[in-house]
Design a protein around this ligand. Structure first.
Ligand code: SAH
Ligand code: SF4
Ligand code: F3S
Length: 447
């Protein structure tokens, strides 16, 4: 990376690029709102932005490498005056984990801000514009959310972070270190933010948290409440049509939350419940604190109250010491569940995590083979799930235009992508009959 050139004195335009999980997407939106509240204008591409915010993810190896190559690319793409360079801010989980290293390795980066400090972004940008470099990666107990501007506009499908951080310390995972301890946002703040999102155009809200089902707060009367009470309160908003939540931990699936799936119509029939592996020995080494059996029992209880629920999961193949036989147990679990969709990853050793120093790391070619077999099984099941949906009638929330003229894209209640042709607008909630299915999407026609 070359030497730092002078940044435009005070950035007037900005571009926020988010990687990683939905919580990062939420944070990216909040940072954009903060910068807009300073009078700056959002632009779509980073070539013309005076300030580029890279909102990074640290969960797996390549994500970090991507940040460094992105930093290089931003300088190259810059189409501002010769001799100047855009201001680069690195935010998110890589900033938290490797902020000092980024400052040392990338002289063109002027701002490094962690996920719990980004409400300070405008003053940090001002300091950088005055010629300095600014780093903040504290995890203050002070409420970041209270310092953010009020929500104004929203896409039809909105994210709302209700819980942050993680106390579970799975041995492979960086999240407890990059996001800190579990905290729940207060009930009344969330109801207020949800109302603003709905007033701004949201028809669907997805409640977010690294462990969203560990959310706990007090209601207006000071009674202890869990996530199902928040979902119930939001379901009473007349203009809010759909509620989702992600990501849940199997051990925090309470009876109350499970029952909510059978009782609240606006709670969509979809559950993302990561399991990671099918072998109890591997789960123990991962510190997952659930077994394959206890996980399957949770799914059974959810299916009992909501038989049509679409199930989703996360998997890691090649955790240190995973044998062929143990991997077969993952495939058996997949067969037993029949997932509607799922994410699967090769184990990636993360610095500072206990698993990184475990013995018996699995060879890359073995990981490749296991991932291929797992993904073939998951693909087979998502196709089967989608094929079984053909002929069903359901609601679709129109989220964006499709590739073809007159085509629209939206989501079914089961979170399937559905495309269809009709005379509509973004944000419409329409009834559709599903007529054709592939592994990743369906087509429908308007009823
Ligand atoms: N809080 C959520 C999400 C964590 S990150 C949960 O508990 O599931 C999302 C997914 O990334 C995880 O579920 C896991 O499957 C994967 N992941 C996390 N760390 C990983 C690592 N070191 N290597 C490979 N995959 C990882
Ligand atoms: Fe990571 Fe485990 Fe926490 Fe999920 S529950 S964020 S995988 S430590
Ligand atoms: Fe990535 Fe941080 Fe989310 S590491 S997955 S952006 S919590």
């Amino acid at each position: 990376m070359g030497p730092a050139m002078s940044a435009p004195t005070s950035p007037k335009t900005f571009h926020v690029k988010s990687f990683g999980c939905q919580m990062n997407v939420y944070d990216g939106e909040r940072m954009a709102e903060l910068l807009a509240a300073q009078g700056m204008t959002a632009v779509d591409s980073n070539g013309s932005a005076d300030l580029v915010v890279l909102n990074t993810c640290h969960i797996r190896e390549r994500a970090t490498e991507k940040v460094y190559s992105d930093i290089g690319r931003i300088a190259k793409n810059w189409d501002g005056p010769v001799g100047t360079a855009p201001m680069i801010a690195v935010a998110g989980c890589v900033a938290q984990a490797e902020g000092d290293e980024i400052m040392a390795r990338a002289p063109s980066v002027q701002v490094v801000v962690g996920p719990q400090s980004y409400h300070h972004l405008p003053e940090m940008v001002a300091r950088a514009a005055a010629g300095g470099r600014a780093t903040e990666t504290d995890m203050p107990a002070e409420a970041k959310f209270a310092a953010l501007p009020k929500r104004r506009k929203s896409a039809p499908s909105a994210f709302l972070t209700v819980q942050e951080g993680c106390d579970k310390f799975c041995t492979y995972c960086v999240v407890p270190y990059t996001r800190g301890a579990e905290i729940s946002r207060p009930f009344s703040d969330l109801v207020e933010e949800a109302k603003l999102l709905v007033a701004g155009g949201a028809r669907e809200i997805t409640l977010l948290g690294q462990n969203v089902n560990a959310w706990a707060s007090q209601d207006d009367k000071g009674r202890e409440i869990g996530l199902e009470a928040l979902i119930r309160a939001l379901a009473a908003e007349p203009d809010l049509q759909r509620i989702r939540y992600t990501t849940s931990h199997p051990n925090d699936m309470t009876e109350g939350l499970i029952e909510a799936h059978g009782e609240i119509d606006k709670l969509m029939p979809f559950l993302h419940l990561p399991v990671q592996a099918g072998s109890d020995r591997v789960l123990k080494a991962m510190n997952r604190s659930h077994s394959a059996e206890s996980y399957l029992r949770v799914l059974e209880r959810v299916r009992a109250v909501r038989p049509d629920i679409a199930l989703s999961g996360d998997f890691i193949v090649g955790f240190p010491g995973e044998t062929d036989a143990e991997f077969e147990e993952t495939l058996q679990l997949v067969d037993a569940v029949g997932y509607a969709q799922a994410f699967s990853f090769k184990y990636s050793a993360r610095p500072g995590t206990p698993a990184a120093t475990m013995d018996d790391h699995v060879a890359p070619e073995i990981m490749d083979q296991r991932l291929q077999r797992l993904q073939a099984a998951l693909q087979r099941d998502s196709l089967a799930f989608n094929l079984a949906s053909v002929g069903k009638r359901c609601s679709v929330l129109v989220e964006r235009k499709g590739k073809l003229p007159g085509q629209w894209l939206g989501k079914s209640p089961w979170l399937q992508s559905v495309h269809f042709t009709a005379d509509l607008a973004i944000g419409d909630l329409v009834d559709v009959e599903l007529i054709e299915a592939g592994p990743n999407s369906l087509s429908g026609h308007l009823l």
